[in-house]
Design a protein around this ligand. Structure first.
Ligand SMILES: NC(=O)c1ccc[n+]([C@@H]2O[C@H](COP(=O)([O-])OP(=O)(O)OC[C@H]3O[C@@H](n4cnc5c(N)ncnc54)[C@H](O)[C@@H]3O)[C@@H](O)[C@H]2O)c1
Length: 264
């Protein structure tokens, strides 16, 4: 059976993590060739091997820090050198604050690192992905689609996570602005905004003491109308929709996968 992304080249950052590895498996099942990246080189190798063995997919991978511009430059070049094109990019690598803290208690070094990884990392990614996709559009009429993984903290305040929220608001700003700039150049850019989902980023925060506080799952889901965390696959569904070739008129949008949290 034909896959939704047969023959497409899909670049995924943060590919060893919860959303990233699930997205890599799903795009591979849908026929994509993958360019995978993560900070954690060992985990990246393991996920590449697993998908290669299970799906027989073509995979290129490169480990590195998304806060280093050269990684984004090298990843865009790797997609073109290995597979001739870059059709879809899922800019997903990210970190969250070490603990829920009021703003004045956040260490300035931690704040800078979060902005560097979560916001500037997405800027670097877009900076090197967009020209490749624009060139493809001019040459062949087929540009590309970009999915930036933001958060509900990118569209509402997030008490205790102010710097993370600031970075994710920035990702939404980059998404909307780049979408307008590239609307006639064959590139669609959208942001996916999940609430807490069952990945290591969120589950590692639960039931452990961090800076003198313990956060429970019940506390995390308070205020979410569906009263639960998202399952990873529920969020990946939005990545697939946002990047689907059938979804050709949607750009610059935020897709809220949040159990109704922002529906007020
Ligand atoms: N899980 C949630 O509840 C949730 C909710 C909203 C948004 N998000 C966002 O989803 C994205 C993926 O997070 P996740 O939940 O899968 O978390 P995760 O911790 O499971 O995965 C994140 C991955 O990014 C990688 N990474 C971290 N810093 C990096 C860096 N500097 N350079 C390259 N790679 C780096 C990690 O090694 C890890 O594999 C993040 O952008 C996160 O902010 C997560």
């Amino acid at each position: 059976m034909a896959g939704l992304f047969d023959g497409a080249t899909v670049l995924i950052t943060g590919a060893a993590g919860g959303f990233g590895s699930a997205a890599a498996r799903r795009y591979a099942r849908e026929g994509a060739r993958l360019v995978l990246s993560d900070y954690d080189a060992g985990a990246l190798d393991a996920i590449g091997l697993e998908i290669g063995e299970e799906q027989g997919s073509e995979i290129a991978s490169l480990a590195g820090d998304i806060a280093d511009e050269r990684l984004s430059e090298d990843l865009a070049a790797l997609a073109v050198d290995r597979f001739g094109r870059l059709d879809i990019a899922v800019n997903n690598a990210g970190i969250v604050q070490e603990a829920f803290e009021k703003l004045p208690k956040i260490a300035s070094d931690e704040a800078r690192r979060i902005i560097d990884v979560d916001l500037v990392g997405v800027f670097y990614a877009l900076k090197h992905q967009l020209p490749v996709m624009e060139r493809q559009f001019r040459e062949s009429g087929a540009g590309g689609a970009i999915v930036n993984v933001a958060s509900v903290a990118g569209v509402t305040g997030a008490s205790g996570l102010s710097v993370y929220a600031a970075a994710k608001h920035g990702v939404v700003g980059l998404t909307r602005s780049a979408a307008q700039e590239y609307a006639r150049l064959g590139v669609r850019i959208n942001a996916v905004c999940p609430s807490f989902a069952r990945t290591p980023m969120a589950t590692d925060m639960l039931d452990v003491e961090r800076r003198g506080k313990v956060v429970t799952e019940n506390q995390l889901v308070r205020g979410i109308p569906m009263a639960r965390m998202a399952e990873v696959e529920e969020v990946i569904e939005a990545f697939i929709f946002a990047s689907s070739p059938h979804n050709s008129f949607m750009t610059g949008q935020t897709l809220h996968v949040d159990g109704g949290l922002t529906a007020y």
